[in-house]
Design a protein around this ligand. Sequence first.
Ligand code: AMP
Ligand code: ZN
Length: 142
Amino acid sequence: MDNCIFCKIIDQEIPSHKVYEDEKVYAFLDISQVTKGHTLVIPKKHVSDVFEYDEDLAAEVFTRIPKIARALEAAFPEMQGLNILNNNKEMAYQTVFHSHVHLLPRYSKEDDFSIHFGHHMEDYTADQLAEIAKQIEMQVKK
Ligand code: AMP
Ligand code: ZN
């Protein structure tokens, strides 16, 4: 797609530090290196976000993730964990609108990555949760 920075990276019009490539997927170091080895995995096909994936594309991208995760672990034995993150739309911190999955190796609790899960279980009754689940379940397309 014209004017997409990640399509340009795939086409080698913009340099990147590649860590993996095959016919469907390209993976390269995130320029921000939140932690050492911070990697982005992208489909070669331009899609903006997860809402545009069909099942084949999802399989193509997500089947590659464990192999790249294991490569990070093998490359950096001091790695203690890995966060896998996929931001979708501006509200959810997406800034580049060619879908990408972040692999963020974790070495220490004092590193520069954080994620906060607020705990709101007291805010919902069991009936409300059942209603919320039903609203979603009814929309899942088979
Ligand atoms: P997000 O906020 O989830 O959309 O993440 C976009 C990511 O792309 C950020 O972490 C940026 O550091 C990264 N990024 C932007 N431009 C480049 C580039 N030219 N090479 C590598 N990573 C990039
Ligand atoms: Zn693109």
